[in-house]
Design a protein around this ligand. Structure first.
Ligand code: ATP
Ligand code: MG
Length: 573
C-alpha cells in the first residue's frame, strides 16, 4: 500500500475527548472515529487490525470444532418473552417497533435466537454436543459509554453457544473454550488472567472472565500470591477475621454529631478511627401488598466497601441491589441516611463478617445529628444475621486458604459461562434421552469482545510515540520511508523496487511515498505502530546501505541493500 493512495487519517494533536491511552492512540493513529456516543467507524488502518483479530478468533474457534453461523441483529421480542428476559433485561436492551407495530430488540447477546435454532434443528442426541458461533456487532445501550471502543454501545463480539446431553459434556466443551480463549489472547500478545466471575444477567452456574491486566481496566481482580486463585472482586470471598470479638466495655451512650453525614465526618467528630464506626445502609427487599418495600439494613465496618454483587445473592434481597430512597428511610427509621444504625432498627439486619467482629463501636442513632458510642452486638443489637458483604482488600487472606490477596485492574476481554438448562428449559429446547423422555439440553455460552480486546492490546503495548503492535495484529508488517524521492531518482527507484519485491512476496508493506519531511513520515509510521521500519535515503544508498529500525526497541541497524530482502524476511518471521 502506498500512502499516496491510502487513507492515513493520523492526527497531529491529542484528541480532547480521550481519557485513556488506547482511545487517544486509536484516534490519533487513524484507526477509529466516533459517529455518536459509543458508536464508531473503523477506518482502513483500524479495519486491517480488526480483520487480523477476527481471523485469530475464527481460527481458534474452528480448531475446537465450533461451527460458524450468522444470526440476525434484529431480534423479535417474542423470543425474549419466552426466556423471560424481555422485561428483566434493563434499558441496555434497545427496543423498537416495526411499521406493523411488532416489537423488536437489537441483539445485545444471542441466547434466545440460538436456543430457537437448537430446538428447531437438533432432533437427536446423536447431534450432540454441538457448538455454534458468530462474529458480529452487538448493541447495548450502555449507561456510560466511554474509553472509545473499550465500552461502546455498538461493538464486535464473538459469541459461541454449545448444546449438550449432560453436564459432563458441557464441562468438556467449557474446558475446550477456556483453552481456546487462552490461545486467542496469547496470540494477540495480551498479558491476561482467567478469573472466577459472576454470571450476571446471562444466568447459569459456573463462569470465568479473561481479564487483560491494565491500569485503565474498569474491573478489579483479586489474586493470591501463593496459589492459582484469581477472581473478579465481585466474586472474591472475604473470610471472617480469625480473631475473637472483644468484650463489651462501657454502657452505650448518645453523642451529638451535628452535620455529620458520612463515616469519616462522624469519626472526626467523635475523635475515633473510621474503622470504629459502623456503616449502615438500607436496601429494599420484597415489595409488600401496600406497595411499600421491606427495608433491610446492611452493616459494614466504616472503612470497607459494600460488594453489591455478593449482597444481591442473599435471599430476600434484590438483584441488582436497590437502595432505599431518603423519604422511605426517614419514614421507617425517623432519621435520614447519615445517622442510621442497627440499635432499635425494626427490620432485618445483615452484618458483614468483619463488622461482626467489631466491639465498642459507634453507629448512627437513627436520630438526625446523633450517634451512639460503645455499641456492642448481642448486648445492644440482639437480632442480626452475619454474611459476606464487603469487597476484599489488598492483604486479605486468600479464600482458598493459601497466601494473601492482591488487587489489580483488568479489562474484561472475554467470558465463558455454564448456563445449564436456563434457556433450553424456558424455551423448550429438548432432546429425547435413552428412555425416550424429553430432557432440556445443557448449554454453555462464550463471548469475546473483539473490538475491546484491540483497545486492551494498545493499553499494554504503546510508548510515548504511539502504538507498538504485536506482529499478529499489526496493520502492516513493514514501513518503507523514502527520503525526498521526487528529487532523487535512485532513492525513488530503490524504494519502488523493494516495495514491489516485498509486496510480491506477500509481505504487507506501507510505502510512505508522500515526499513529506522525514520527521513527519517517521512520526506517522511510529504512531501507527508498524513493527519494522525501513528508511531509504541518498546518503546511505551511496554506500549501498539502507536503515532498518525495530519499532518495539527503537534499535537501528544499517543493512546492505543487496541483502535487504533476506534480512527483512528473517526479521518478520
Ligand atoms: P461488562 O461487564 O464489561 O459490561 P459484560 O460482562 O456485560 O461486560 P458479556 O455479556 O460477558 O459482557 O459480553 C462478552 C464480551 O463482550 C465481554 O467479555 C467484553 O469483552 C465484551 N463487551 C461487553 N460489553 C461491551 C461494550 N459495551 N463494549 C465493548 N465490548 C463489550
Ligand atoms: Mg462479561
Amino acid at each position: 500500500m502506498r500512502t499516496s493512495q491510502y487513507l492515513l487519517s493520523t492526527l497531529k494533536e491529542d484528541p480532547k475527548e480521550a481519557a485513556v491511552e488506547s482511545h487517544r492512540l486509536m484516534l490519533r493513529a487513524g484507526l477509529i472515529r466516533q459517529v455518536a456516543s459509543g458508536i464508531y467507524d473503523w477506518l482502513p488502518t483500524g479495519m486491517r487490525v480488526l480483520s487480523k483479530a477476527i481471523a485469530i478468533v475464527r481460527e481458534e474457534m474452528d480448531k475446537t470444532g465450533a461451527l460458524e453461523i450468522a444470526m440476525p441483529i434484529v431480534q423479535p421480542a417474542s423470543l425474549w418473552e419466552e426466556s423471560g428476559r424481555y422485561t428483566k433485561y434493563g434499558p441496555e436492551l434497545c427496543r423498537f417497533l416495526d411499521r406493523k407495530e411488532n416489537e423488536f430488540a437489537l441483539g445485545p447477546t444471542h441466547e434466545e435466537i440460538v436456543t430457537d435454532i437448537a430446538r428447531r434443528e437438533i432432533k437427536s442426541i446423536k447431534q450432540l454436543p454441538l457448538c455454534l458461533y458468530q462474529i458480529q456487532n452487538k448493541f447495548r445501550d450502555e449507561i456510560r459509554p466511554r474509553f472509545g471502543v473499550m465500552r461502546g454501545r455498538e461493538f464486535l463480539m464473538k459469541d459461541a453457544y454449545s448444546f449438550h446431553i449432560n453436564l459432563e459434556s458441557l464441562g468438556e466443551t467449557y474446558k475446550a473454550m477456556y483453552d481456546a480463549y487462552s490461545r486467542v489472547f496469547t496470540r494477540m500478545g495480551l498479558e491476561f488472567r482467567p478469573v472466577e466471575a459472576d454470571n450476571g444477567s446471562i444466568g447459569g452456574t459456573n463462569s470465568h472472565e479473561f481479564q487483560a491486566l491494565a491500569e485503565a481496566g474498569e474491573d478489579i481482580i483479586a489474586w493470591s500470591d501463593s496459589s492459582d486463585y484469581a477472581a473478579n472482586i465481585e466474586m472474591a470471598e472475604a473470610l471472617a477475621p480469625a480473631v475473637q470479638r472483644e468484650a463489651p466495655q462501657d454502657n452505650m451512650s448518645k453523642q451529638p454529631t451535628p452535620g455529620c453525614h458520612t463515616v469519616d465526618e462522624a469519626a472526626d467528630a467523635l475523635r475515633i478511627k473510621s474503622e470504629k464506626v459502623l456503616k449502615s445502609l438500607i436496601v429494599r427487599g420484597e415489595r409488600k401488598e401496600n406497595g411499600k418495600y421491606e427495608l433491610i439494613m446492611l452493616c459494614l465496618c466504616g472503612n470497607q466497601e459494600l460488594n453489591e454483587t455478593k449482597a444481591s445473592k442473599i435471599s430476600g434481597l434484590t438483584s441488582p441491589i436497590e437502595f432505599a430512597e431518603d423519604e422511605e428511610i426517614k419514614n421507617f427509621t425517623g432519621s435520614h441516611p447519615g445517622s442510621l444504625g442497627p440499635v432499635g432498627f425494626k427490620g432485618r439486619i445483615i452484618v458483614d463478617r468483619t463488622a461482626d467482629k467489631m466491639a465498642n463501636f459507634a453507629c448512627g442513632a437513627n436520630e438526625d445529628g446523633f450517634h451512639l458510642i460503645n455499641v456492642n452486638w448481642d448486648r445492644d443489637v440482639p437480632q442480626y444475621e452475619v454474611a459476606d458483604l464487603r469487597n476484599v482488600e489488598d492483604g486479605d487472606p486468600s479464600p482458598d486458604g493459601q497466601g494473601t490477596l492482591h488487587l489489580r485492574h483488568g479489562i474484561e476481554v472475554g467470558q465463558v459461562f455454564m448456563l445449564g438448562d436456563k434457556y433450553s428449559k424456558s424455551m423448550g429446547a429438548t432432546v429425547k434421552d435413552e428412555t425416550g423422555t424429553d430432557i432440556p439440553m445443557m448449554m454453555g455460552c462464550y463471548g469475546i469482545g473483539v473490538t475491546r480486546a484491540i483497545a486492551a492490546v494498545i493499553e499494554q503495548h504503546h510508548d510515548d510515540r504511539g502504538i507498538i503492535w504485536p506482529e499478529s495484529l499489526a496493520p502492516f508488517k513493514v514501513a518503507i520511508v523514502a527520503i525526498k524521492p521526487s528529487s532523487n531518482e535512485i532513492v525513488r527507484n530503490t524504494a519502488e523496487q523493494l516495495y514491489n519485491d516485498l509486496t510480491a512476496a506477500g509481505v504487507e508493506v506501507l510505502y510512505d511515498d508522500r515526499d513529506e519531511r522525514p520527521g513527519v513520515m517517521f512520526a506517522d509510521m511510529e504512531l501507527i505502530g508498524i513493527p519494522h521500519i525501513i528508511t531509504i535515503g541518498e546518503k546511505s544508498l551511496k554506500e549501498g546501505n539502507i536503515e532498518y529500525k525495530l519499532r518495539s526497541t527503537g534499535v537501528k541497524e544499517t543493512i546492505k541493500l543487496s541483502e535487504a530482502k533476506k534480512i527483512i524476511f528473517e526479521k518478520i518471521k
